[in-house]
Write a protein that binds this ligand. Structure first.
Ligand code: NAD
Length: 268
């Protein structure tokens, strides 16, 4: 058997929330390909098991570990138990990817209180709780990084996205404050995906906007031609590449940064 090549995340032990979803699963796969070990977590235990099973070939090829467990990021007790369990299973913890997210599209005047609570609890409180539980474990393991999924919606206004936009702007503010507070042992950054092809979140936005005669793909391509300088939508792998970079040693001097991965749809 040939010698294994060492990837950019050799020795990294990461928890990835929302790990059964489109971007989370692609990120777990990219981490394993770069020799990083991953603990995948999501709210549904069946989905976590499926995600872990689907990642077995990459883990086998790289010699890194893949494991998983379910938790609701809104529950402090579940999150604390999950982070401790993940660190025990991986033999330490030095990276957290806060990627679980929820959205309900609505006009501001029509939002129900339940939907406001859901979006803010998953997207903001969830990031706070996971970071709070992971930070001491990352410090104990000698330091590392926390990277969270924000959105273009956190940086510019979109209709039907007031609460989601507020939650994703909060992720950036939170990450910048954590970057100051958790330095120098822990770097903290966020990633803003554009519209990611074939994902529930982007597709739900397009479903509301497209003409009845258009397919999602046709609308997506037309949207990209009109609004995205690079003229294409992003893929989950494009976003995963940003997480790999910000977690890797190549980003050792980067903290408090916001990385746009949206083909130029928003540049600030
Ligand atoms: N798809 C896009 O175009 C896009 C664009 C910008 C930002 N984002 C953000 O990217 C992240 C990943 O989204 P995605 O596109 O992969 O969508 P997705 O729906 O496939 O993944 C989100 C995951 O979060 C999990 N989740 C939701 N509530 C949870 C909870 N309470 N506890 C634990 N897990 C929970 C879901 O089960 C799901 O697996 C989200 O934070 C989303 O807001 C996505």
């Amino acid at each position: 058997m040939g010698e294994r090549l060492e990837g950019r995340l050799k020795g990294v032990k990461a928890v990835i929330t929302g790990g059964a979803g489109a971007i989370g699963l692609a990120t777990a796969r990219a981490f394993l390909r770069e020799s990083g070990s991953v603990f995948v977590t999501d709210v549904d235990p069946g989905a976590v098991d499926e995600a872990v099973a689907s990642l077995a070939p990459e883990a086998e090829a790289s010699g890194a570990t893949v494991a998983g467990g379910a938790a609701d990021v809104r529950s402090p007790a579940e999150v604390r138990a999950l982070m401790r369990g993940a660190a025990a299973r991986l033999g330490g913890l030095n990276a957290l990817i806060n990627n679980a997210g929820a959205n309900v599209r609505s006009l501001l005047v029509d939002y129900s209180e339940a939907d406001i609570d859901l979006i803010l609890d998953v997207n903001v409180k969830g990031v706070i709780l996971c970071s709070q539980a992971a930070a001491p474990l990352i410090r104990e393991s000698g330091g590392g990084s926390i990277t969270s999924t924000s959105s273009q919606a956190g940086r510019r206004g979109w209709d039907h996205s007031t609460v989601y936009g507020a939650s994703k702007a909060a992720v950036i503010g939170l990450s910048r404050a954590m970057a100051v507070e958790l330095a120098p042992e822990i770097r903290v950054n966020s990633v803003c995906p554009g519209h990611v092809r074939d994902t529930g979140m982007a597709w739900r936005t397009f479903r509301d906007r497209k003409a009845a005669s258009q397919t999602m793909e046709e609308f997506g391509d037309a949207f990209a031609r009109e609004f995205v300088p690079l003229k294409r939508l992003q893929t989950a792998d494009d976003i995963a590449a940003g997480f790999v970079f910000l977690t890797s040693g190549e980003a050792r001097e980067i903290t408090g940064a916001v990385l746009n991965i949206g083909g130029g749809v928003f540049m600030d």
